[in-house]
Write a protein that binds this ligand. Structure first.
Ligand code: CO8
Length: 272
């Protein structure tokens, strides 16, 4: 059967403070068609606006992987610079992710290539299963990463490793990815990944949403601004949080010894 977007390219579930986006073109390893990219941007904007969602998770449906990148078949159909620019302007997932102030967790299994890796790079925490494979194959297609890869990768794993990946298009295993910080957690199996991601997302969702947003903003700013500016931003955000009901409630709960439960260790220690 030829590819027809008869199924939704993006599935969204909202449960217990977690907005879960599933890329849903499993037969194409969730390749990023225009329709998928458009729905993805819409889903992000809706979850950002939803006051009941505190954390966003992104994963890929199907056995093969998280996402094999931009839909190469559609790439072949773009004939002019104008068409290419329009497609980018309408559905820039990279910019859409930048607008999200809530923490985003990537749950990565199998292939995570090209635009798929770039989506993962736009997330705040990357968790993987042991079979995950990472790479930026764009150079082999006469292209360069266009969804944030040339900018975000170096900020996360350093210029040397990033340049190597961009220029050689060589793939990286989950364990290599963990050793260079591309992912911070590797679960014991695919099944464990889903469990670990949900456990971590639930723990984050139970925290104050203003504190989560400010923590994300300040930490992200650290790679973009000079130290005095970053420290000033941190101080301002810290001060703003002093008066929130969430902070007062958390301080009271600490005094009453009712919020002393530590984060679960399962995912944090998995994968060495
Ligand atoms: N686009 C379209 N279809 C794809 C893609 C893709 N990126 N990847 C896989 N598929 C399809 C295959 O065509 C195949 O479909 P069919 O059965 O109908 O022929 C199906 O998925 C399964 O794939 P394979 O048969 O190829 O499976 P293999 O196990 O042999 O290989 C690979 C798996 C290694 C993942 C292989 O499919 C592959 O190399 N895919 C392409 C990976 C790639 O080069 N990705 C980068 C694309 S460029 C990019 O992402 C740039 C982003 C720029 C962002 C800016 C946007 C505005």
């Amino acid at each position: 059967m030829p590819e027809a977007e008869s199924v939704e390219p993006i599935l969204v579930d909202r449960t217990a403070g977690i907005g879960w986006i599933r890329l849903n073109r499993p037969r194409q390893i969730n390749a990023l068609s225009l329709a998928l990219r458009s729905d993805f941007c819409t889903a992000l904007a809706e979850l950002q606006a939803d006051r009941d969602v505190h954390v966003i998770v992104i994963s890929g449906n199907g056995e093969r992987g998280f996402c094999a990148g931009a839909d190469i078949k559609e790439f072949a159909e773009v004939h002019s610079l104008t068409e290419a620019r329009q497609a980018r302007a309408v559905v820039s997932w990279s910019a859409a992710m930048e607008r999200v102030t809530k923490p985003i967790i990537a749950a990565i299994h199998g292939y995570c290539l090209g635009g798929g890796l770039e989506i993962a790079l736009g997330c705040d925490i990357r968790m993987a299963s042991p079979d995950a494979v990472f790479g930026l194959p764009e150079i082999t297609l006469g292209q360069i990463p266009g969804g944030g890869g040339t900018q975000r990768l170096a900020r996360i794993i350093g210029l040397g490793r990033a340049m190597d990946m961009v220029l050689t298009a060589e793939r990286m295993s989950a364990l290599e990815a963990k050793s260079c910080g591309l992912v911070t957690r590797v679960s014991e199996s695919r099944d464990a990944l889903e469990y670990d991601v949900r456990t971590l997302a639930s723990a984050l969702a139970s925290r104050g949403s203003a504190a989560l947003a400010f923590a994300k903003e300040a930490t992200k700013a650290s790679t973009d601004v000079d130290l005095p500016s970053g420290l000033r931003l941190e101080g301002d955000l810290f001060t703003l949080l002093m008066s929130t009901p969430e902070r007062m409630a958390a301080a009271k709960a600490f005094q009453n010894k009712s919020n002393r439960a530590p984060l679960p260790l399962t995912a944090a220690v998995a994968g060495g």
